[in-house]
Design a protein around this ligand. Sequence first.
Ligand SMILES: [Zn+2]
Ligand SMILES: [Zn+2]
Length: 345
Amino acid sequence: MKAAVFKGVQDIQVEDVDEPEAGPTDLVVSVAACGICGSDLHTFLHGSFVEPGQVMGHEFAGEVIAAGTDVQGLAVGDRVTASPIVPCGHCARCAEQRYNLCAEAWTTGIAYGRPGAFAERVRIPNSVAGENVFKLDESVPDEAGATVEPLAVAVHAVRLAGDVAGQTALVLGLGTIGQQVVQVLKAYGAGRVIGMDLSPLRLRAAAELGAEAVDGAPGLQDALAATLGEGGEVDVVFECSGVPALNAAALDAVKAGGTIVVLALYDDDVSFNPTVLVQKEIRLQGSIAYTSDDFGEAVALLTRGAVQFAPLITQRESLDDVAGAFAVQLEKDRSLKVLITPNGA
Ligand SMILES: [Zn+2]
Ligand SMILES: [Zn+2]
């Protein structure tokens, strides 16, 4: 079958690879749609997260075409999405169900060690309904299913922030993750959700999803002051931009006693004086991926229409055109989420 293989920096190619087969606990899924992730771009540009030879693609949905004899609650013909992380199941973090923090989760995951879903078909190991594989309701199209993974990232980050009801939140960087954070904040009853970016396309999408979309061109401090107005303050910041300087800016922007959740990935070091953390008693919280519960919650939010998916999807490209798809995904004012559709749209 055909799959897109990461060959090296700025080199991804479609090749003929082995057909996946379902072992006793596995599913094989025919991939309907698979999104290009921000982390895929880091790998494409810098070789950041996987080795050459890796079939990439971890934000997918499709139809089950083979199910192992031991798989329960899932069957051929089901439309599903799945968590790409494959935790070891026996470490201390796995015992806490914090599968995102299992050291093995990222070395043996789908698209991280084992073949990913920029392919006609993908194998999902250790398939358990409601744990790593989630059936999609009739009302949730395949394209929506492909947005569940980044939505789960946002659910995890917003949950780590604590109760956001009534709070003023600032979301820095309105790529797909930032947009999903906006949506989860709105769904969880945040008061003001201010989204900041430089890209008009991304600002328009955030406005459509319910954010106060603010052009960051004047600089974070000035743009924020003009938006917040007299006496306004930011309770919680979500750093989704990956721009190093915005970490120090976020420390200035958040209120004393506030929280900063960092969920971007950085190519460069960040420098700031931690004294401001002390003086303002700021909680600086990292957030990586999701638990099974977060993934299930993301599916539930989509199913009951509490979040949207259509405004996120800007392009659909064939697997054969994966290199072009990556080129478009890299253009921040032309794309938000580019989907690869390996078996036709
Ligand atoms: Zn992703
Ligand atoms: Zn583990």
